[in-house]
Write a protein that binds this ligand. Sequence first.
Ligand code: PLP
Length: 384
Amino acid sequence: MIFLDAAATTPVRREVLDAMWPYLTGEFGNPSSHHTLGEAAADALAGARSSIAAVLGCRAGEITFTSGGTEADNLAIKGIALARQAANPQLSRVVISAVEHPAVEESARYLERFHGFAVDVVPVDGEGLVRPEAFRAALRPETAVASVMYANNEVGTVQPIAELAALARGLGIPFHTDAVQAAGWLPLDTKALGVDAMSLSGHKIGAPKGCGLLFVRGRIRLEPLVHGGGQERGRRSGTENVAGAVGLATALTLAQARQAEERRRVAALRDMFIGAVLAGVPGAVLTGHPVDRLPSVASFCFPGTSGESVLLELERQGVVCSSGSACAAGSDAPSPVLTAMGIAPETAQTAIRFSFDAAVTEADLEAAAAAVLDAVGRVRALGG
Ligand code: PLP
């Protein structure tokens, strides 16, 4: 099997499992307990927090462990908006881009439905980019929080985050970015990016599912969403997932240590794959930005097919990929990300995303390109 669905999830890395193992077995303490077993767990949690802080260029106290990217996004959008509105009732708007993950989009819609906020959606261009002028135009004195994802999960377009963050911060508006897909591929230094909040998830980078984090700059107030024993400095109650935090720290450190050379190698393989598919499949359309895209994502529309039929045919040939985001898999509706980019709904329904990790080889992508040519040809011959 050639697994080209790494943007959906990745297997746990051996080093990550080894680092977690003690906290799943002998060192199983509750970090809030005051005996030695509890203290060992608290030390492990503190160690994980500091190594993540070193990668993100922030203070350990600015990191809140969560159950994943979805919870981190919810906490950022709802937590910042509600805390700011409590201090100043005029703050009643949220700015997001048109291509956000549902974890951000639905959090904003929740604020609209239940807390009277208005949601301002910044459009993207045909390549999925948020134009800084359009973003600036959406920011208003009443904006409580603004959020634009770092790299898109369906088409891989990378946003000019430092520029967007500077625009928001210049107006005193906290800026959040969902960096779930960026980890391992793009710089994550929160100071250099100038972001006030950033979400990450473990399972996209070789840690288990169910662990993630939210970075929030010290001065930003955050209303917790999960109430209870006051763990995580009161920002997220509940006994911490110690092994998950250790796994996340290990995976993040390994992913960000990836050398520029390795990133270039994967980007070159991606371009070779894109070139082979565009040259071999008549009418194939690359979606997303041709240059400002993740090294690990190649996404296309194949007009005259149904995405689902091509996926099935590819899987029969041993290539596993997806029609877009894993959360929308099986849905008949065209992807809102693609339609926001101006792609017609009937074309958007033919989308296929190939996403890989750093272990991908030239042979994998050559074989995958050949399978794509064959699969699209067969599906078209059968009438789509
Ligand atoms: N944000 C983006 C951009 C994602 O791709 C994903 C995962 O698909 C998430 C958030 C959600 O992360 P998790 O699966 O850890 O909840």
